[in-house]
Design a binder for this molecule. Sequence first.
Ligand SMILES: O=C(O)CCC(=O)C(=O)O
Ligand SMILES: [Fe+2]
Length: 251
Amino acid sequence: MPAEEKLPYLSDDQSKHFRVSSSTPYDRNGDRYWLDYLKINCHPVTDEHVREWPNKPESFRSSLAEYSATVHELAQTLLRLIAEGLGLDDGFFAGDLSGGSTQMNVNYYPSCPDPSLTLGLLPHCDRHLLTVLSQGDVAGLQARHGGRWLLVRPVPGAFVVNLGHQMEIITNGLLASVEHRAVTNTDAARLSVVTLIMPKMECRIGPAPEMVNEATGPAKFREFEFSEFMKAYSAAAASREDVLYYFRIHQ
Ligand SMILES: O=C(O)CCC(=O)C(=O)O
Ligand SMILES: [Fe+2]
């Protein structure tokens, strides 16, 4: 799309169903990041959403609706399997825990003359329940493990699945949300398409009683409404421990 056709979508207004912006949605001391992104509300697909989506190229709206529905189905299958693996009812995550308005982030990291000076995306854990991420064939996603950043190598045709903060809280810490970030490189631009499976805003969240057991110990988090978590996440600029501080039970 030429720049003048993209311009009307440039916005930081979070209520928009389709918008383009730059750098980062979270302000950490005014730092800037090497990123342009699209944020799209894409599930459930409503007329109100679709009216705000671009209609160029012609197939854009129908392709987006189809992709989003397919990824959503995949996510529901994964959630059923996770629930079974945890010994929970297989519909445990269906309904309000995963039924919020789904958002898609399309992140575009242009090639960067000096990747040592900035990141593409700051270190964070995802704020929702589950993430289904497609990263094409250019590497850049890194996950923190044992104090080191490990590259998540692209596998052709495969999705990366991240567990969000809510999964960690519901499982009382058993399935931890992995901190991750995106780095840039000098040679190639990188694109990631990230579908976020969200709880409903009014959904009550806390460790599931079945998950407070000998293996996980006493409840590590208090109960809260998901909308409260979203506010805390923005206030803490997505920093893992700063966000979780608000919700941990401090012994
Ligand atoms: O670009 C990536 O691989 C990471 C994107 C990401 O973590 C996000 O959008 O939450
Ligand atoms: Fe993320």
